[in-house]
Every structure is written in structure tokens, then in C-alpha cells.
Design a protein around this ligand. Structure first.
Ligand code: HEM
Length: 493
């Protein structure tokens, strides 16, 4: 018996040794950066800054809000898992991380998202180093599929349909309407009308299995994966989100397998003409990319524009419909084509400044590098997580909704990056903006008297981890003339 206890104690000691070594290394690295002038957020042993992040999540805000209040700093540090994570909070520090020409070194992807929605498409471009073979070709193939005229046609048709069908007189949940619009547009754009609706087996959070249209299952699984990985312990130790230890984790893994198997079968067929699927499959096939990687790149293209576009639309409508911003609502309603386009564009841009739906994806230093910023020089060690904090950069311009900032002369706009910047930035920027503008324009033009009915709710924010509602009452008046912006979609950008 004594021997058993002795052996157990030795085994437990041996298992916890690597953890203790990691913890000591983290403390040492933190001191190293503090000596260089990096300010750290409040952290606790083993759980890092996650306690404070929980408070933000409860208020529908993302972790990025932890770093807004350090205007005189270049980098703010925190402890994420056992890693040091540095956030660049001013322009010079952010540019040094984005542009390899400044430091002469690449910084590369290493992101906890891999354990979240990354489970759906682990070999997608999003999770590969920029230096990996065919990175640029694959990104170019995705870009080639993003035909702006086609997304304009699909999104203006669907925006008119959804906007025209809204019930009048009673409060409606705009969030679910916009989610359906976004899912429908992206599904048709990437896969085509028939393929997006093929049935897939889906388990809901109670474990009930049903056959659902492919895009519905994908959207729900993607959103649930992100919410699940945001639970406290899954944030402290990211891989825990993939362990089949809870019913939700097992349900999600069931859905992931169904989606991946379904797509592997679909991709052996013939793509619907003009779809992103057709372009990416053709381009990737020409350079010998295996089907599994093409599947994951297409999965990324199918999910990256769901919650991001949805929240861009909701945030923009929220700001524009608030009584204090009525001048912008009137300007959209009464504007003629090109003028309307510019105004809607400015309203969407200002909403993306105030409420960016996501953040830049986390990266890691792969070779030690020196960064020069406003406050001096920093030596960043291999293995440190780094990213520009777009929320801090955007917050510099205040919290008032002033779309006029984006209507001034070129070059005088605020320094913003809701889509990231540089080679890793969002390839769907134009696609997402067209989708958002068409819905906003259509909705405001048709329902200029719409009234938000939940302005009294606490902590309303729209971003990829928010659970805020958006309740709106539409006047009894009826639908007016269609409001899609700009005659030529490409010219609008
Ligand atoms: C308003 C809507 C959107 C916003 C705010 C947004 C924002 C972002 C951001 C911040 C990133 C990370 C950039 C970085 O880490 O530097 C990203 C990546 C990405 N986005 Fe978007 N996005 C939007 C719409 C879309 C749409 C509609 C698509 C596709 C149809 C898309 C496809 C992608 C892809 C594939 C990546 C990964 C790029 C890579 O890893 O190199 N996005 N997006």
C-alpha cells in the first residue's frame, strides 16, 4: 500500500514538473518584458488574465477591451495559457508587427482559434505559416473566387427579399433575420443554391439529431465552437476545448465529422458554375493541392464571413437607428445612388471602427526580433505571442459615432484595421463590405421609421462573441422602393 502511494506521488510529481517549468519560464519572461517597459494587465497564477476576460464576456465584449486604456504605451502584455501575449496598441508598434520590411523578420500564425472553429478546417490557410508552400497561391485562388459583381447581385437580391418580408407593427428579432441573410448569401456565393442546401446530420446542444441544410449546420456549429472555446477553462488551456469530456464537445465533434465527410463527398462532384468552389477547386487542382486542403480552404471561406458580416450589419443599423444619429438615417433614406453609396460606406466604416466584429488573428514570434516604436526599442523573444490590438487603435478616435470621418479627403481617415493589414489580412474585405452595405441600405430605405425597442438593455454590443439582442419595431407603413447601393458594385470600392 505504502509503495502504491509512493509510486502515485512520484507519478503526479513527474506529470506536474513540465507545468511547473512552464510556469517559471512564463514568470521569467514577464519580468524580461517588464524591464523593457511593457505594461502588463492584471494576471493570476495559472489562469493569467482570464478572470478579467470573463467579466468582459459577461458584458458582451471581447478580450481586446482589456487593452484600451494605455494610450502612452507601445505594447500591453498579458498571460494567455502559459504564454506571454503582447498587444501592439499604437500605430508604430502595430506596423512593426504587420510589415516584415520594418523588422526584416516574419511573424507567424499560432492561434488558439485552432482549437476553436479551427477544428472544422485544421489545414486551412488561416492556420498555416505564411512561409508554407503555396500560401500565396492558395490565398490568390480564394481571392479569384471572390467576384464582386456576383456578390453584389446575390446580396442585393437577398437583401430586398428579407427586407420586404419583415412583419410590421410587432417587435422582431433582427439578429436572426440578419443571420439568415448572411448565411444565405455566403452559402449561395461559395457553394451555389443547390449545394448549400444539401442535408447534413446535425446534433443540437441537447444531443438531438436532425437533418439540416449544410449551411445551417455549418453556421450553427461554427458559432457554437466559438462560444464553447470561450468557456473559462478552455481559455486557460486551449486544447481542452477539443477534449471529448463534455456533452457539448462531443456533440460538436459529431457535427464537425458530418460536415467534413459531407464536403469530401461533395467535392468529388462538379461545382455549380461561377461559385467560389469552382474557382478554388480549379486553381488548387492546377498546383496539385490535395482535396482535403481545398475542402478546408473552402470551409474557411464559408465561415469567415458569417458572424463578421452579421455583426457589422447589426452594429451599423444599431448606430444609424439611434435617435441621436437621425441625420445619418435621413441621409441614407434620401440619398441618390452614388451619394447614398458613399454615406452607407461611411456608416459601415465608422461602425467597424467602433465595434470591430473580431480581432486580428494571433501570431507568434518565430525568430527573435527587435522592434522600434514610439517608446523605444524592444527585443521580442521567439515564442512570444504578438498581435496588433485593433480595438485600442480604433478607440484612440473616441466613442462618438461620426461617419463624417470617412467622408473627408483621402489620406485623412482614421488609422483603422477591422480587416487586419498586410499579407495575412482578410481576403473577404470587399465581399463582406458589399454584403453589409446592401442590407443596411435596403433596410433603412425601406423602413426609415424602424425603431430599436431594446435600447434599455444593458451592455449591447455587436461582435463575434456577443449575445446581445436587437429588437426592432417596423412602422405599419409598408415597403418603399429598393435601396441597394451603387449601380456598379466594383466602382463603389
Ligand atoms: C465585415 C466583414 C469582415 C470582417 C470585419 C473581417 C475581418 C477579418 C479579420 C480581422 C481577419 C484576420 C486578419 C489578420 O489576422 O490579420 C480576417 C481573416 C479572414 N477573412 Fe475576413 N472579415 C470579414 C468578412 C469576410 C468574408 C465575407 C470572407 C469570405 C467570404 C472572409 C474571409 C476571410 C479569410 C479566408 C481570412 C483568413 C485569411 C488568412 O488567414 O490569411 N472575411 N477577416
Amino acid at each position: 500500500m505504502v509503495r502504491f502511494w509512493y509510486a502515485s506521488a512520484v507519478a503526479a510529481g513527474a506529470a506536474s514538473l513540465p507545468l511547473a517549468v512552464r510556469a517559471v519560464r512564463t514568470i521569467r519572461d514577464r519580468r524580461y518584458y517588464e524591464r523593457q517597459g511593457v505594461l502588463f494587465t492584471k494576471t493570476y497564477p495559472f489562469v493569467g488574465s482570464e478572470r478579467a476576460v470573463s467579466g468582459l464576456i459577461d458584458r458582451n465584449k471581447s478580450r481586446d477591451y482589456l487593452y484600451l486604456d494605455h494610450p502612452d504605451t507601445d505594447f500591453v502584455g498579458s498571460i494567455r495559457g502559459f504564454d506571454i501575449q503582447l498587444y501592439a496598441v499604437n500605430r508604430e508598434a502595430a506596423e512593426a508587427l504587420i510589415n516584415p520590411a520594418i523588422t526584416g523578420k516574419y511573424i507567424d500564425r499560432d492561434t488558439p482559434a485552432r482549437y476553436s472553429f479551427g477544428q472544422l478546417s485544421p489545414s486551412a490557410l488561416t492556420f498555416q505559416p505564411i512561409t508554407s508552400e503555396h500560401f500565396s497561391d492558395r490565398k490568390r485562388n480564394i481571392g479569384k473566387g471572390f467576384d464582386q459583381e456576383r456578390i453584389f447581385a446575390i446580396s442585393s437580391r437577398r437583401a430586398a427579399e428579407y427586407s420586404g418580408e419583415l412583419a410590421h407593427g410587432a417587435a422582431i428579432d433582427l439578429k436572426s433575420v440578419v443571420a439568415e441573410y448572411t448565411r444565405g448569401v455566403i452559402g449561395e456565393f461559395v457553394w451555389g443554391r443547390d449545394t448549400m442546401s444539401l442535408p447534413v446530420s446535425y446534433k443540437d446542444d441537447a444531443g438531438n439529431v436532425s437533418q439540416e441544410p449544410f449551411m445551417d449546420s455549418l453556421n450553427a456549429t461554427f458559432t457554437r465552437l466559438r462560444f464553447y472555446s470561450n468557456r473559462f477553462w478552455n481559455r486557460v488551456h486551449f486544447p481542452m476545448a477539443t477534449w471529448p469530456v463534455t456533452r457539448e464537445a462531443r456533440n460538436l465533434q459529431y457535427n464537425i465529422k458530418q460536415i467534413q465527410d459531407h464536403l469530401s463527398r461533395v467535392l468529388r462532384g462538379t461545382p455549380e458554375p461561377g461559385t467560389v468552389w469552382e474557382h478554388v477547386a480549379k486553381g488548387n487542382d492546377e498546383i496539385g493541392i490535395p482535396l482535403e486542403i481545398t475542402r478546408d480552404d473552402l470551409l474557411t471561406a464559408s465561415i469567415a464571413g458569417l458572424d463578421t458580416v452579421q455583426n457589422t450589419i447589426l452594429a451599423t443599423l444599431w448606430y444609424v437607428l439611434l435617435p441621436e444619429n437621425s441625420e445619418w438615417r435621413e441621409a441614407i433614406e434620401s440619398g441618390a445612388h452614388e451619394e447614398k453609396d458613399k454615406i452607407v460606406d461611411a456608416c459601415v466604416s465608422e461602425s467597424l471602427r467602433l465595434s470591430p466584429p473580431g480581432s486580428t488573428i494571433n501570431n507568434k514570434v518565430i525568430n527573435d526580433l527587435d522592434v522600434r516604436a514610439e517608446g523605444g526599442k524592444y527585443h521580442l523573444k521567439k515564442g512570444t505571442r504578438v498581435m496588433p490590438n485593433m480595438h485600442a487603435l480604433h478607440a484612440k478616435y473616441g466613442d462618438a459615432f461620426l461617419p463624417g470621418r470617412f467622408l473627408r479627403e483621402k489620406g485623412s481617415e482614421p488609422y483603422v484595421m477591422p480587416f487586419g493589414k498586410g499579407r495575412r489580412s482578410c481576403p473577404g474585405r470587399n465581399v463582406g463590405t458589399i454584403m453589409a452595405k446592401n442590407f443596411v441600405s435596403e433596410f433603412i430605405t425601406n423602413h426609415p421609421d424602424a425603431r430599436v425597442s431594446n435600447t434599455g438593455d444593458n451592455d449591447v454590443h455587436f461582435n463575434n462573441i456577443s449575445r446581445s439582442n436587437f429588437m426592432v419595431v417596423i412602422d405599419q407603413g409598408g415597403v418603399r422602393e429598393s435601396g441597394s447601393v451603387g449601380a456598379c458594385p466594383v466602382r463603389a470600392f
